[in-house]
Design a protein around this ligand. Structure first.
Ligand code: ADP
Ligand code: MG
Length: 347
């Protein structure tokens, strides 16, 4: 078992989580042995390409996808394994202690109810507030997420809100019961860049006000720079690297993380400087190669064939708590993002 460096006991502790879908085409190993901790009050970013298992991981923690098969693992929340809880217990924790914000607020907001009523409903269910008190709470929450004329807006319907306002309303709904953990799954992906920044700003401000931890899920490593305390990089349903933000951004060791960093537009880069995408196609979660899932796209593959044969386990990279799953960690010492970028562009 891996040693996770931590001072206080973690709020959420996920160990060897495997969440599969049995389909006609075969078993989809959406989440295939993920382990991590989220600590109280921190911003924990989960980054990976589309299809890497981020949403399935998040919804499994929330106990949401009914069709998923939990093949193994533990999801410890304040010491209790959520996967072993009866649905009624899980439902009580969901919304009150752990709340989720989705990419598309229209799927989460009910079109036929006033926004304020939906927000208040959370407080009615979980805290037993009266209709009147819940209404007041809703306005207070809308105000907190920076929606002007909150009392008036509370009486409006989701379709009367702009995309950014809807996302704020979703955040308001999620924080109504002051959860200890907010899981935000691509909360800004559907929004344009300016609105994205505003919504992220609201999210970070809220985090301080209600003192919650945030799991910020995104396919864009650039989004979490400057926001995340720690970052976990996922590839094909597995954790390939995890560490503090400085470790991930300045001392990344896994070839996939290095590739993601190299593909970020460099600050101050010339307009005509090419972006360097990671070569090759994202891994399939059905035909998972026996060794390292990233091996077919990796330019640091070992000559002894280990990468194709044996699955690399997470191990310490540059400091306690900075872990990477790569056979070639030692050989990667000193490899810079710049050199990966140059190798990618062929200059
Ligand atoms: N209901 C489902 N049935 C079968 N496969 C699914 C289902 N939901 C997700 N998947 C597959 O699981 C993998 C991970 O998906 P997902 O967690 O949504 O990725 P991400 O959120 O990182 O983009 C993908 O290969 C996806 O196609
Ligand atoms: Mg997703």
């Amino acid at each position: 078992m891996i040693e996770f460096a931590a001072s206080a006991p973690p709020l959420l502790s996920v160990r060897d989580l495997r969440a599969y879908f049995d389909t006609n085409d075969g078993v989809v190993r959406a989440v295939d042995g993920v382990s991590f901790d989220v600590r109280r009050g921190e911003v924990f970013a989960v980054v990976g390409e589309s299809g890497s298992g981020k949403s399935v991981m998040a919804t499994t923690i929330m106990g949401l996808p009914r069709t998923v098969r939990i093949a193994s693992g533990e999801v410890r929340w304040k010491g209790r394994d959520l996967l072993q809880l009866p649905e009624s217990e899980h439902r009580r924790i969901r919304g009150k202690e752990i709340a989720m914000i989705f990419q598309d607020p229209l799927t989460a907001l009910n079109p036929v109810h006033q926004v304020g009523r939906q927000i208040g409903e959370m407080a009615r269910i979980h805290e037993g507030l009266s209709r009147k008190a819940a209404g007041r709470r809703a306005i207070e929450m809308l105000d907190l997420v920076g929606i002007p004329e909150a009392a008036k807006r509370a009486r409006m319907y989701p379709h009367e809100f702009s995309g950014g306002m809807r996302q704020r309303a979703m955040i308001a709904m999620a924080i109504t019961c002051r959860p200890d953990l907010l899981i935000a799954d691509e909360p800004t992906t559907a929004l344009d860049v300016t609105v994205q920044a505003q919504v992220l700003e609201v999210l970070m401000r809220i985090k301080d006000e209600i003192d919650s931890a945030i799991m910020l899920i995104t396919h864009d490593l650039g989004v979490v720079a400057g926001l995340a305390d720690r970052v976990m990089v996922m590839y094909a349903g597995r954790t390939v690297e995890v560490g503090t933000a400085p470790e991930l951004f300045y001392r990344a060791r896994h070839p996939y993380t290095l590739g993601l960093l190299a593909s970020l537009a460099r600050l101050g880069a010339r307009r005509d400087e090419p972006l360097v995408p990671i070569p090759g196609a994202p891994a399939s979660s059905i035909e998972v190669p026996p060794g390292c899932a990233f091996n077919p796209r990796c330019s640091f593959v070992s000559s002894d064939g280990r990468c194709a044969q044996t699955r690399p386990e997470l191990r310490e990279a540059t400091a306690p708590g900075h872990l990477a799953a790569c056979h070639e960690l030692e050989a990667l010492d000193g490899v810079s993002v710049e050199s990966v970028r140059r190798a990618g562009t062929g200059r």
